[in-house]
Design a protein around this ligand. Structure first.
Ligand SMILES: [Zn+2]
Length: 276
């Protein structure tokens, strides 16, 4: 009789342990998955491998998402379709210094995939991709990402204004972010359509005729695209920018926001705060 009770108690204990471990396993959130795209049809940045390494490291450190890579024209053709992205469980794409017309088989279908509630993230030359001139006047990619590369001068230091100090991509900066990089000047980027995260209140000191002139130049933003979330930073030309901790946190915050892992306001139209 005693033995039977012991066996019963043991069985109960085993079942309880089993149930707990099963529950904790099923409570573990599934990791998100990003496809990092680095194919270039125009200028190719030497920092692309550093970008891939950085994104791999911050993904591992976060423990919340993983990265896979799409590097060649053949990869783009095979991977940047809604069918492939859905079949392989991707939650978003990161355009790592891509340029030009990448050869996505059906660009409209790809944009619709983002619009359906996926994440689009991009650094630096992501706005030098599918420009209006690459698409015979079609602005559909530019409208999704929120701006288009126009020009840049010599690399220089900027003291970027943090327009949204509460956003996960910028909350670690304080009121400004000093960085030495190649600074893009953009077309079709408007505060009315995006939530600005970083900006300049004057033209960068890049040795061009406009250097230092007052103006409003957007450097990073987030926006909704249908149900999709878009995060872009114009910074990320230089290897040492990708390797720097403030930039890595900027990326991590932007990625976590776009994947729905961190909350942040995407309401467009925020104004540049006054310099403290
Ligand atoms: Zn560049």
């Amino acid at each position: 009789m005693k033995l039977r009770w012991i066996a019963f108690a043991l069985l109960c204990a085993l079942l309880t342990v089993g149930a707990i471990s099963f529950n904790s396993a099923s409570l573990q959130p599934k990791k998100k998955k990003i496809l990092v795209v680095s194919h270039t049809a125009g200028f190719r940045h030497s920092s692309i491998p550093t970008g891939e390494k950085t994104l791999t490291e911050i993904a591992e450190k976060s423990g919340q998402f993983t990265v896979e890579f799409c590097r060649t024209a053949e990869d783009v053709k095979a991977m940047l379709t809604p069918e492939y992205l859905n079949a392989n469980g991707f939650d978003g794409v990161f355009f790592n210094n891509t340029t030009g017309n990448l050869g996505i088989p059906d660009l409209k279908a790809f944009l619709k995939w983002i619009e359906s509630g996926k994440a689009f993230m991009g650094a630096h030359a992501a706005t030098d991709t599918y420009k209006t001139s690459d698409l015979g006047g079609d602005r559909s990619f530019v409208e999704m990402i929120g701006g288009e590369f126009r020009t840049h001068g010599a690399q220089c230091e900027v003291d970027a204004i943090v327009d949204d100090p509460k956003h996960p991509a910028t909350q670690h900066f304080g009121s400004s972010y000093k960085v030495f990089d190649e600074i893009y000047i953009l077309n079709h980027s408007s505060r009315d359509r995006v939530r600005v995260l970083l900006s300049l209140d004057k033209y960068p000191n890049d040795k061009s005729p406009s250097a230092g002139q007052p103006g409003d130049h957007l450097l990073s933003w987030c926006k909704m695209y249908g149900k999709g979330k878009v995060f872009y930073t114009a910074l990320g030309h230089r290897e040492d920018v990708w390797e720097s901790e403030p930039y890595r946190q900027h990326l991590l915050g932007g990625i976590r926001w776009a994947l729905g892992l961190a909350k942040g306001d995407a309401t467009p139209g925020n104004r540049q705060p006054a310099r403290p």
